[in-house]
Design a protein around this ligand. Sequence first.
Ligand SMILES: *Cc1c(COP(=O)(O)O)cnc(C)c1O
Length: 375
Amino acid sequence: MIHFNIPAYVGTELDYMKTAIQNNKICGNGNFTKRCNQWLENHTKTQKSILTTSCTHSLELASILCEIRAGDEVIMPSYTFVSTANAFVLRGAKIVFVDIRPDTMNINEQLIESAITHRTKAIVPVHYAGVSCEMDKIMQIAKKYNLYVIEDAAQAIMSTYKDKALGIFGDFGCLSFHETKNYSMGEGGSLLINNDRFIERAEIISEKGTNRNLFLRGQVDKYTWVDIGSSYIPSELNAAYLWGQLENAEKINQNRLESWNLYHEELHELSEKGMIERPTVPKNCSHNAHMYYIKVRDINQRTELIAYLKQNGISSVFHYVPLHSAPAGLRFGEFHGEDRFTTKESERLLRLPMYFGLQKDEIHYIVNKINHFFT
Ligand SMILES: *Cc1c(COP(=O)(O)O)cnc(C)c1O
């Protein structure tokens, strides 16, 4: 069986976890957490990374920091994971879904402005498959209407737009280190804070509403309850695992890119024949090979192809059911404008096996079977 995903493991993770145990430091904010945050700050070139328990929690933190309240509206694509919406629904916001572009499956930046009302508080671009949204245009709109931008960069670590890391264009960038992402700590994430006026409050909220961090740094002499908050800091054991991966970030990235490029080359012919479409990476973007997907004719053909691949020992999966058509999406959101591409394109999309260590001959085999299905 060729799995759809195998969590990355480079070999040093277990030793680092042992070190954390031997140091008698397994709760949060120890040496490994600090190293991971520093690496993320250096790599993305932003001021502050807070390692969190998930990207879901990073989004929630951002939502609290933006002071999203009942009645506020937040604009995002419908083709995304539930957490993108839930983080704002939890604060009482209404979600305004905007159609996607069929080429990248990202929010159509041209449709955002018409969805803005006097209640709009934030825009949440999602960098699908680690390919960037049109950030220049989105930031220009945000500036014009004085809106927050929270980038859902869960899939996008190591990707760039105009040579800058994704996650540092908006006020906040939210990364994921879930086991299905390029780098993992089991469950985890990071909140990148690009606007320094939020840093102090972010530390307080992520430390259960206390000024523990200021206290540890000697900036205040009492450790006390100062704000709302929750427990958003991961264990050192998880951070130690992640550190092993971040140290090898380039190696993992190169390996994934090789697999992505091989799929892309080998599926060229089928795409030339018009049987499938391959992913598009716009000119200003470099991506991280988070995902390799193809698009087939329609949902029926996709169902048949998934079954055919499964019979041949290959696990392939579809992705999001658009949020606006889900039960909670109907309650908490509304689609603005016409759904030209969100539903149609989401039904055509099929994700192929992609992980660190996927073998070349496995990719040959997968492409062979796909070719065979279409002949
Ligand atoms: C994975 C993912 C999330 C959630 O990440 P967790 O770390 O599992 O909470 C959110 N948004 C997108 C686009 C994702 O792909």
